[in-house]
Design a protein around this ligand. Structure first.
Ligand SMILES: Nc1ncnc2c1ncn2[C@@H]1O[C@H](COP(=O)(O)OP(=O)(O)OP(=O)(O)O)[C@@H](O)[C@H]1O
Length: 332
């Protein structure tokens, strides 16, 4: 378990972390997300004791990480996967860390195997690819067989196999009853793996909730409608006060009513339907809606500012949000 209480970090005039209180519970993967500069890395550094809080506390499994009897067994951390001597081999790097942390040598072979680096374990780290370096960082985090694991952007540089592998690994760690905190800008990935979310913006908590509640809170029953009489059906729905996007190429999107109501209306007026598809809100859409006001470094597209984080990988934005026209009208 990780717990922060009124955790605050000030750099000069800048409040990087502002009165953060949250708990990361064991037995599930918790996603930690927020726009660039929101304070995620600072919070993680405060949890590990790499940085000192201005005020407030952060504990790991009930005590400050610096006070842990066997720190590597309490918390495994991936903060900067490149922090290793390039002339050293992966095996020697891990052996040195194991010796310093009081971890038996055989554990080095176990973690090399676990992250799939056994075959390249004697090559110098300088020749490692980004993905191999990332796997080594994860091996380092798991070396002490820790109760709690905290990984900053672990998916960076991993190929499709690597991404699937880490998804399974994190889910397995949580199923074993460990605490797993994971920061990532890859929303589609987080959506698959995280059961709980802590979202921060400008150093403050924006949401601390289950993934299911986060998504359903943003859900508006969006339905895609395709019909050869799309214009006519859209006008009828708009006349009933329903929010619809303008019909284009025989399709439009409806918000706030269930698909069945659209189907009934079409049937009642003899309108042929070619598609009626309910769309779930994605984590990316729900997240962008929540963090629109908390983006510190917003980029500008040529047309308009989408509010999306320019370097996050979450760049595609909710297209329906930017194109939807509210054609609301009074009931006929
Ligand atoms: N050592 C430092 N000195 C001064 N300011 C800092 C320092 N470390 C972080 N900051 C500032 O604190 C804020 C939070 O930074 P942090 O790196 O924690 O954000 P983040 O959420 O991890 O961002 P990203 O998603 O870009 O990694 C930023 O405005 C950053 O410039």
């Amino acid at each position: 378990m990780i717990e922060t209480s009124q955790l605050t970090k000030r750099y000069g005039d800048h409040l990087a972390v502002d009165d953060l209180s949250f708990r990361v519970e064991p037995g599930r993967v918790t996603g930690f997300l927020g726009p660039n500069g929101a304070g995620k890395s600072t919070t993680m550094r405060l949890i590990t004791g790499l940085d000192r809080p201005t005020s407030g506390t952060a504990t790991v499994n009930g005590r400050r990480y610096a006070d842990a009897a066997v720190p590597m067994h309490e918390l495994g951390v991936l903060l900067d996967a490149k922090a290793a001597d390039p002339a050293r081999s992966a095996r020697n790097h891990l052996r040195a860390l194991a010796a310093a942390g009081g971890v038996p040598r055989r554990r080095v072979e176990e973690v090399l195997d676990l992250v799939g680096l056994t075959d390249v374990a004697d090559r110098p780290l300088g020749g490692f690819s980004l993905g191999m370096g990332q796997r080594l960082g994860i091996a380092t985090a798991l070396l002490g067989d820790p109760q709690t694991v905290m990984l900053d952007e672990p998916v960076n540089g991993l190929d499709v196999d690597g991404i699937q592998w880490i998804r399974r690994l994190l889910t397995d760690l949580a199923a074993e009853g460990r605490t797993v905190l994971l920061s990532s800008h890859l929303m589609s990935e987080l959506e698959l793996v995280a059961e709980h979310l802590v979202v921060i913006g400008r150093g403050r908590i924006l949401a601390d909730t289950s993934m299911a509640d986060f998504l359903s809170g943003a859900d508006e029953h969006r339905t895609l409608v395709r019909s050869p009489e799309a214009d006519r059906l859209a006008r009828m729905l708009a006349a009933d006060g329903v929010v619809v996007s303008s019909a284009h190429d025989g399709e439009f999107e409806v918000r706030g009513v269930e698909a069945v109501a659209v189907g009934r209306l079409a049937a009642a007026h003899g309108i042929e339907l070619h598609q009626l598809a309910t769309r779930d809100t994605s984590l990316e859409e729900a997240y962008l809606r929540l963090t629109q006001d908390a983006v510190s470094y917003a980029g500008h597209s040529t047309g308009h500012d989408s509010g999306a984080d320019p370097t996050s990988g979450a760049t595609s934005g909710p297209s329906a949000d930017t194109t939807t026209t509210a054609l609301t009208g009074s009931p006929a």
